[in-house]
Design a protein around this ligand. Structure first.
Ligand code: ATP
Length: 371
């Protein structure tokens, strides 16, 4: 039964608040344009500034409230100047990923007309791929949440420190299932539906295990064309022939690195949208950080956040039985494509003249024009 979704909103630090405002403005306008009732918001304070002010990285009860919402929207978290005593940055979002098992980090990479294309080959103009980054284990398993890194020698002055690459059967099976379903969905929308397993199976036993589960899951999806690539070769191919790929699935750290590279191919971090999806919860956020160098200066490109907002509408459509939400998501993507084509979107990030507010207004104007 359809119902009004509730979204937990964490504005966070730096440019997080500005790009969150942009995403909420545009998602509300797109829902209005398709005649759908908007979602309600539950604002939760979290991040480095919150930690500095209160000694907690998220307000009391905030995690539980985030977990009871239909989706979480997060601007950006962390400030290099505010750290834990061990030197690590404030990162409650890593805990949210872990607590709600948001294993599938979905990072679409699309070229838009008139946005910078770093590759001269004309095929780069049609770039449209998705990186799925496992987001709860892999080489990030030891980071912040599970501090199980072996330390040799005196903990105060170690002689060696190791981080663990953890690949579990359960999570990997769910991850690959998710990847095959996403590839199939893209196939239904007229795209190529090819899934590549990116790993380092020739060197690490954890990575050979990752690939063996990919093979096992692939037997249930005979319609999806599959392939493999070692992560180092993938980095090369991402620059040499990214148009040969559609959906790519990989462990956490490989995905962290390759998605920044892929974001760079189609402009910069201000274009990099992200959804982190689990079985029962999902968090949407731009893939960029809080960018303190440009915070408070109306310079941030809000499109990564706006596109993450569109992904959230797509997710809420399925979760809450609201097909109009899917239509609103498509409206946003169309408005951004048309806006770039008409040269109405000129973010400062690419040397243009438009800051966060001007960019948001331009997307809004385009949304209204295509009504
Ligand atoms: P994190 O580790 O939290 O992802 P980071 O240290 O990698 O963060 P970002 O905050 O993503 O760094 O910023 C990296 C660079 O990209 C900075 O120079 C920043 O100004 C730029 N940048 C990031 N996001 C945007 C944006 N939305 N618009 C314009 N520039 C951005």
């Amino acid at each position: 039964m359809a119902r009004i979704p509730k979204v937990a909103v964490i504005r966070g630090d730096g440019i997080g608040g500005d790009v969150t405002d942009a995403a909420l403005t545009i998602t509300a306008a797109a829902l209005d344009a398709v005649g759908a009732t908007g979602f309600t918001c539950d604002n939760i304070e979290a991040g480095a500034a919150c930690f500095q002010r209160t000694g907690k990285d998220i307000e009391p009860g905030g995690e539980e409230r985030a977990g009871s919402a239909d989706a979480i929207f997060l601007g950006a978290i962390g400030l290099p100047s505010i750290r834990h005593p061990d030197g690590t940055e404030i990162s409650p979002h890593l805990r949210l990923r872990d607590r709600f098992q948001l294993y599938a980090g979905v990072r679409p990479v699309r070229a838009y007309p008139n946005a910078p294309q770093r590759l001269a080959d004309p095929r780069a103009a049609d770039l449209d791929l998705v990186i799925i980054r496992e987001s709860t284990e892999g080489l990030f398993y030891s980071a912040a949440v599970h501090d199980r890194s072996p330390v040799e020698g005196d903990p105060a002055a170690p002689s060696a420190v190791s981080d663990i690459m953890r690949i579990s059967a359960d999570t990997t099976r769910k991850l690959h299932e998710f990847a095959f379903r996403l590839a199939a969905r893209r196939g239904r929308r007229g795209k190529r539906a090819r899934l590549t397993c990116v790993d380092k199976a020739n060197v690490f036993k954890s990575q050979a295990f990752f690939r063996s589960i990919f093979d096992e899951v692939s037997t249930f999806h005979p319609d999806i064309e599959t392939g493999y690539n070692y992560v180092d070769a993938m980095a090369l191919d991402m620059v040499r022939q990214p148009w040969e790929f559609d959906v790519m699935v990989m462990e956490n750290m490989f995905g962290d690195i390759l998605s920044d590279l892929a974001g760079g191919l189609v402009g910069g971090m201000g274009m990099a949208a992200c959804g982190e999806i689990g079985d029962d919860n999902a968090l949407f956020q731009p893939a960029h950080g809080s960018a303190p160098d440009i915070a408070g200066r109306d310079m941030a490109n809000p499109l990564a956040a706006i596109l993450s907002g569109a992904m959230m509408l797509d997710y809420l459509a399925a979760r809450c039985g609201l097909p109009a939400y899917e239509a609103a998501a498509a409206r946003i993507e169309d408005a951004i494509t048309a806006g770039f084509a008409a040269n109405e979107l000129r973010p400062m990030e690419f040397g243009g003249d438009m800051g966060t507010i001007a960019m948001t207004d331009a997307v809004l104007a385009r949304l209204h024009r295509t009504e």
